[in-house]
Design a protein around this ligand. Sequence first.
Ligand code: AHR
Length: 502
Amino acid sequence: MKKATMIMDRDYTIGRVDPRIYGSFIEHLGRAVYGGIYEPDHPTADENGFRQDVIDMVRRLNVPVTRYPGGNFVSGFNWEDSIGPRSQRPRRLDLAWSTTETNEVGLHEFVEWARKANTDVMYAVNLGSRGPDAARNVVEYANHPSGSYWSDLRIQNGAKDPFGIKLWCLGNEMDGPWQICSKTAYEYGRTACEAAKMMKWVDPSIELVACGSSGYDMPTFGAWEYEMLDQCYDEIDYVSLHRYYGNRTNNTPDFLARNMDLDGFIKTVVSLCDAVRGKKHSKKQINLSFDEWNVWYHSNEQDKEVVKMGKWGRALPLLEDVYNFEDALLVGAMLITFLKNADRVKIACLAQLVNVIAPIMTRNGGGVWAQTTYWPLMQASMYGRGTALRPIINSPVYDCTDYEKVPLVDAAATMADDGSVTIFAVNRDMQEDVELDCDLRAFGELKIQEHIVLHHDDVKAVNTEANPDNVVPAAGKGGVIDGGKMSIVLPALSWNVIRLSK
Ligand code: AHR
């Protein structure tokens, strides 16, 4: 059997895991809000029209933070449309997705939903068609206690206590030509700087995410980060990164190696942040908010038809990727990469949460079910807390079309405050199991508490409403620990969670 080795020590650490790396995203897009989290006629709807079955699934997924309300949507959004009596809220054309936004769900409703779903709100302001003035007003509305125009209006609208939103995005993908009112790096950097100043003057406790380039392969990438940061470095806290992958050539070994690209992307943005820090002789470190990441390609062709047929419709079935088993493996591998970069990646949002490129799917009037990708996120969020360790991994490698020397086994490990250790490992070998030998002597007596495996013989296997348990985690075969050395078998093509406790 092929073998991989992993050496860890409790003193070899990367950094604390910020739980916000297990975040997600709800955009006013497709059926994410209407038909996703909100469906007043649904049998499980609560008094606010929120689907209780969806809330239960989100709570189980354990997402500490949820980005809202966009995405591309936010760059044409008037936040004031989303407050006050529902009957008086305007219907607006959403130019980002060629649909109609009814504003039935707005700021108050989303804050209430987030409370029920046990997640904090990460709120994006519009720096496309709007600007710094609207941005500081929404901070005042949401977070100022009382005694000013906007805070008193919030109270009048039924929320006596401030919402206390701590994390704010300064626009979305502002270098993308598809973005409403896209900008040059200088234009955006200046606008972000002035918006950030005012937003923090209103509430100095907030943290701000500035838009990095919308993509690693954008012509603007790199120069954008440098110029934008040069303009707003002192005012902001994080730079955003977005990345989606697809298996368009149906080449699984290639697809499963995509988190190597992700790692390169993260390290390059870290370098850009630190280059600007050097130029400015600054003591401040800018960290990363990977606030859109996922697999996204299955629905691309179908969406062209949906938009053609349904232009200006409401809650169209857009971006409804049906995820298969290999997608879950890549999602797991991407989570491993975030853990390996835990010193700089402090926020990450799986895009998105319900129906729209999402781990949770619903049918209008019908059921809710977990896609394959639900499981690695849920398990990482549940067990991947505490300190990210810095293991040394030696694995057999393979070459594929886009990458050379891809390790068959990729893994990360976390140590919780009670001394228990969790290993997350992907075996990318299409045919063979790999034995993982792990040196655990530095951790004292550990036993294997649980070995959980996600595997399916068919990489294209999916979960559906009729067959929701087709691709689900199961107990693995476990392994042995002898003299501080663990040996465990990672089945061919599998995501593994190995929980070790005292
Ligand atoms: O998540 C879907 C879309 O992808 C978002 O609206 C946008 O920011 C990105 O291009």
